[in-house]
Every structure is written in C-alpha cells, then in structure tokens.
Design a protein around this ligand. Structure first.
Ligand SMILES: [Zn+2]
Length: 446
C-alpha cells in the first residue's frame, strides 16, 4: 500500500453536498483513494510521501470540460477573427503540421500547462486522439478523449470507415496506454461538419464498443449564431434537434455539448431531459464574439453546467481560474444581477459538476473519503489571498494558477512545489518552439 499525506491544510474546500469547508485538516490518501480527513491536531501520519499543506488550501482538481490540448502549439495564430475566420486559418496550420508526433507533443504541453495550474481532468477533442492521450497521460493527467468524426477528410486525411475502425479499436488502445480511468468517448466535431446519418452511426458504434464500461459523447453545439443559421439551412432544425434525431438524447450515454451559447429554451429542455451537460467556455465565447451563455437560464433548465477553456488557439490559455472568474463576471454583467453565478456555484461547476458530466461523479470532483485523490494545493501565503473571509469567493475571484503548489492525480503527486514530477520541461518547451515555428509558417501562407 502506498500512502500520500497532505498534512495540516489550513482549509479543505470539499465541494461535498453541503459545501463543507474543513479547517486544519490532514488528508490521507492510500493507493489513490482518500481514506481519511482527520484533524491536524491528532498528529502526523506515517506516509511514503508527505506534502506540507500547513498554511495552504486543498481543493478538488479542476475539470476542464471542453478543450483541444494539442492546439497549444497554435496559440496566437488566428487573432481578431470570428469562429469561421478562426477555423479557416487554424485548419491550414493543422493540415501542415499536425501529425501524430506533433499532436502528442502539443497534448503533453497542454496537459503540463493544465496540471501546473491545478486542472487535473480535461475533456479533450483532437485528431490523432491516441497520440494526444499518450502525451497527456505521460504528463500525469486524467485525460478524456476519443476519435474525432467529420464528413470530409480532416487534417488527418482519414476516410469515414477508418474513423469507425479507430472507434472500435479505442477501448483496447486506451487500456494499453494506461493512466487514470476515464470513459470510452466519441467526438464528432459538430452538426455542421458531420451529417445526421453519420452522427447516428457514431452513437451506435459507441454503444457497441463500450460494452459494459462507461461511455461518453461530446460535440460542439450552438457555439455562435452563424452555426445555428448554417444548420437550420441544411436541416431545418437546431443542432440539438439534429442530435436528438440521431439518437444522441436517449439518455443512456453521458453527453457534453461544447459551448451551447445559443441553445433555444426547447433545446435546453431536451438536453436536461437527457441528463446532458453544457461545457461553458466564457473566455473563448468572448474572444471570438460568439455570444454570452445565459447562465441562469441554463442552470434553471436543469442542464448540468460545467466549465471549459476551449482550445488555446481560440482562448489562448488553459486557465480554469480565469474561466471560472469569467463565467461569474459574464453571467452577472449580462443578467444585471450580482447574485447570479455565485462563487459556490461556479467552483462546483468547475469541479464536481464537470466530473458528473463525464460520468465520473462517484470517482472524483470533491474531497471526500472513498473518492479518488485528484487534489490541488494552493499557497495562501500571498498578499492577494490574505486575509481569508469567504473562501469560495477567494478561489473564484482572487486566486490563480501561480498559487498552485502541488497536484495529485489518482493519488499520484504529478506536480510538487510547482514543477512536474513526470516531464523534462526544458526539453518539452524547446521541441514546442521548434514545431510552433513550422505551424506559424503554414498559417501565414493560408
Ligand atoms: Zn472547441
């Protein structure tokens, strides 16, 4: 048995059912599972590894519910354009450089950025998913990904049958890579890039290949108004209605819709009835001028709300602290009400609700005995975090990535004292600079 102990945390923000905040508490982790939350006054616990959490705060690992990790290499290549302009430029760069080795490099870089900033789980979507998964798992992430589907050849140049074959091979490929447990996932890009018949084929194939194990569906839905117009012209339906027609809302598989900015009230009702979740990406939505998700309407409709950064070619970082803050600020600005999107609600969306959206709510998302230990330690010995009055408000409105000192994923310390325990960071950065230069040349030629 391996025991890791986070000793004497000043605060443990559990995000349990009643939002309990524990004071002066030692967190005991045995073989990856939280086995005890005990008073620090009871004295030290023998451990294989002890992390000094005195004067610090422990919270559940943040869950990024919508991202494209390998796009770290394309950060800044498509600025000051809308979604459609962005896609044109980015697809040119992707076609030129995104082979499996480059995707693995970009995913490793993205996972490292995520982990150093306290984000332990990412719902990722990218071509060459197997390479991306290998990279993110090597960094130490709980990384959820699966084959991407689209009608055309896409940057990877695959035919449709080859994509379906990748889906069939994915459970075994995922098991061979290892890493923390995640669902088998299928990821058509969107209803404007994947026909209704093909969407139906994807869900049928996923049902088949996941067997008794957990599965997950995700795609981009109603990200901006132009997308809704485009889909209405093709099918006389909203993207959500297209998904419903393709058997995506039958409720037997967790479904995460990326963005969902322009869902109609009827769309929201349908998604709620199916137990689906929206991955709200306020940074990307603001930067691409896609619109403002109506937080309260989505929340009240019963659709689960999680938070994502989107790929950092569109939102430029994978910072879940910024995403939490932007979610709260945008919801308040657009509703004209300061009591909308409370810090409690936003922190919950970025942790437990994200975990539930992935079907991992019993495993992760809160600091509770019996759960897997995906944990983040925040240093409170900072001017901007002192004194502590409202701990959730402090986390959402004042804390940031630079305050994270240590990170556990599945009980493994993957970040210690602000550094990766898994990767040769200078080497990784040197390789990323080199591939980034090639991507820039392709985007500029587009
Ligand atoms: Zn996206």
């Amino acid at each position: 048995m391996t025991r890791v102990v986070l000793e004497g945390a000043a605060y443990v923000v559990t995000v349990d059912d009643t939002d309990t905040v524990l004071r002066d508490t030692t967190v005991v982790v045995e073989d990856g599972v939280i086995t005890d939350l005990r008073s620090a006054a009871a004295g030290p616990v023998d451990a294989d590894e002890t992390i000094d959490a005195r004067g610090r705060l422990v919270l559940p690992g943040l869950v990024n519910l919508h991202t494209h990790l390998p796009m770290t290499l394309l950060r800044g290549l498509a600025e000051d354009v809308d979604l459609q302009g962005f896609l044109t430029r980015v697809w040119a760069a992707e076609g030129a450089v995104m082979d499996p080795a480059t995707v693995e490099l970009g995913a490793t870089l993205g996972a490292l950025e995520s982990l150093l900033g306290g984000c332990t789980t990412q719902l990722d979507m990218y071509f060459h998913h197997e390479a991306a998964h290998r990279g993110a798992v090597a960094a130490g992430s709980r990384h959820v990904i699966g084959p991407v589907f689209m009608d055309g050849p896409g940057p990877d140049g695959l035919a449709w049958e080859e994509r379906i074959a990748l889906m069939r091979a994915w459970p075994a490929a995922m098991a061979a890579i290892g890493g923390p447990a995640v669902p088998v996932s299928a990821m058509p890009h969107a209803t404007y890039t994947c026909s209704p018949e093909k969407l139906a084929e994807v869900v049928a194939t996923l049902r088949e290949v996941r067997g008794e194990g957990p599965g997950l569906l995700t795609t981009h839905v109603s990200e901006n108004a132009a997308e809704n117009t485009d889909v209405a012209a093709r099918y006389g339906a909203t993207p959500t209605e297209v998904l419903a027609g393709a058997g995506w809302l039958d409720g037997d598989l967790p479904l995460v819709v990326g963005h969902g900015v322009h869902l109609s009230p009827a769309d929201r009702e349908r998604l709620a009835a199916a137990g689906a979740a929206v991955a709200h990406c306020p940074g990307s939505n603001q930067k691409l001028a896609s619109g403002a998700l109506p937080w309260e309407a989505v929340h009240d409709s019963g659709v689960r709300l999680g938070i994502g950064t989107d790929g950092c070619s569109s939102s430029n970082d994978l910072d879940m602290w910024q995403a939490m803050r932007q979610a709260a600020l945008l919801a308040r600005l657009t509703s004209g009400r300061p009591d909308v999107a409370s810090a409690h609600e936003v922190l919950r969306a970025a942790t437990l609700e994200g975990a539930k959206a992935l079907g991992l709510g019993d495993e992760i998302g809160s600091v509770e005995v019996g759960k897997r230990a995906d944990l983040v330690v925040v240093d409170l010995e900072k001017p901007h975090l002192t004194p502590v009055h409202d701990v959730q408000a402090l986390l959402v409105f004042a804390a940031g990535r630079a305050d994270v000192t240590d990170v556990l994923v599945d009980g493994q310390p993957v970040v210690r004292a602000g550094r990766s325990t898994r990767l040769d960071t200078p080497d990784l950065l040197a390789r990323a600079r080199e591939r980034g230069a090639t991507a820039r040349a392709a985007a500029e030629a587009s």
